[in-house]
Design a protein. Structure first.
Length: 401
């Protein structure tokens, strides 16, 4: 069988990793995160990054054991059983629904600040338009994603640039709600890191993947973290954390403080492009997940239906759209983002546990990459990934109570 060419270097995969990691989360949730972390919001990003690296290494080893298109379903089934794997499969679908709702509400919040319309109606309109694009044209999804990725990184670099002359203006260790508030913000802002686990999908086209995929995971998370931390430091240097926390469009507000309405419009447009494209991509990937699970008979066969004219999984697309609209109607971005992260933390807990179990259950199975720092068969980073996932899960639930 013909195989894909291994043409991607460590540099190439790292860049791709940054592309799938940096997303609309920071545009949508920075303001809410500062409400509990204050000027220490940068520390919240750092804590979230540590957890992402630990869990990312577990994904790297597990992906080196299984076939190229395997995922969390396969990991959990092999380590535990099919029933628990089915739960995880549903958890990932639910997380996708919540994630789309979160970003759509972020889009609605930014645009409502600009045009004064209801943010929930705007969010639902975006979801409907995105679902139609997914239904009619797959090519457009890819093109929009590339352009949007460039714009969203430019937007973050603008905020960092604006903050340079203000660095040192704030007490960056001010924690209005103590360290628990910082952890609650970490649990929420982790949304900005979701996507790092997809770096393993480049494995078959990467040179020396056993070394370069784990390195790319660490590099992309570190670089993304540096950008996020600099944005957070710049934000609280330009404006007080109280002002940022009250705004539905915090990055646009920062631009407004320096460049007036023109700056506000530019950052709002960049944020809208970033979040709009993210909704489009999430609808695409999650509808294909529904389709794939139906193909494997883990979901009803109807989700495996293909439209003969557009050649797209229309039942999966419009079912996902309907479910997303229901949760978007909640209208509270913090609640929906928290539900997203709860689903992902539960998934990461089981992924890390799967690695720990398979070290004992299948110790001699071939591993093209093995996570370092072991005590006998016991892997320390996977255990720490499990613990940090539990800690952030606790704090995200605490933030909802």
């Amino acid at each position: 069988m013909e195989k894909l060419k291994r043409s991607l270097s460590l540099f190439d995969v790292t860049l791709a990793g940054i592309g799938v990691t940096i997303g609309a989360g920071i545009y949508a949730l920075l303001g809410i995160a500062t409400q509990t972390s204050g000027n220490s919001v940068w520390l919240s990003f750092l804590i979230a990054a540590v957890m992402a690296i630990l869990t990312g290494l577990s994904y790297a080893e597990l992906s080196s054991i299984f076939k190229k298109d395997a995922g969390e379903f396969d990991y959990v089934e092999y380590a535990f059983n099919r029933k628990l794997a089915f739960v995880i499969g549903l958890m990932i679908i639910i997380a996708g629904i919540f994630a789309i709702s979160t970003v759509a509400l972020g889009f609605g919040n930014y645009l409502s600040e600009f045009i004064g319309k209801d943010s929930v109606i705007i969010a639902i309109t975006l979801i409907l338009v995105s679902s139609l694009i997914n239904y009619y044209s797959i090519k457009e999804v890819s093109r929009i994603n590339i352009v949007a990725m460039i714009f969203q990184i430019i937007g973050l670099l603008i905020i960092i640039f604006l903050g340079f002359k203000f660095f040192g203006n704030a007490n960056y260790f001010e924690m209005p709600h103590g360290f628990n508030g910082v952890l609650q913000a970490s649990a929420l802002i982790f949304f900005a890191y979701i996507g790092f686990e997809n770096i393993i999908k480049f494995e078959e086209e990467t040179k020396n993947p056993s070394k370069n995929i784990p390195r790319a995971i660490i590099n992309s998370i570190l670089i993304s973290s540096i950008i996020y931390i600099l944005v957070a430091l710049a934000a609280v240097s330009v404006l007080s954390w109280e002002e940022i926390g009250k705004s539905n469009a915090p990055l646009a507000l920062i631009a407004f403080s320096e460049f007036g309405r023109a700056g506000f419009i530019i950052l709002t447009m960049i944020a809208l492009i970033a979040m709009g494209s993210t909704v489009l991509i999430l609808l695409f990937t999650n509808s294909r997940l529904l389709y794939g699970m139906a193909e494997e008979r883990s979901l009803p066969k109807i989700f495996y239906s293909i439209d003969h004219k557009t050649h797209t999984p229309y039942v999966a697309i419009f079912s996902l759209t309907f479910a997303t609209i229901i949760f978007t109607s909640i209208g509270n971005i913090k609640i929906v983002a928290s539900l997203t992260n709860i689903s992902f933390f539960l998934t990461y807990i089981l992924v890390n546990l799967s690695l720990l179990v398979l070290r004992y259950k299948k110790p001699y199975i071939e591993r093209r990459f093995k996570v370092p720092l072991n005590i006998g068969k016991f892997n320390v980073p996977a255990f720490l990934g499990f613990i940090t996932s539990l800690i952030l899960l606790y704090h995200i639930i605490l933030g909802l109570i």
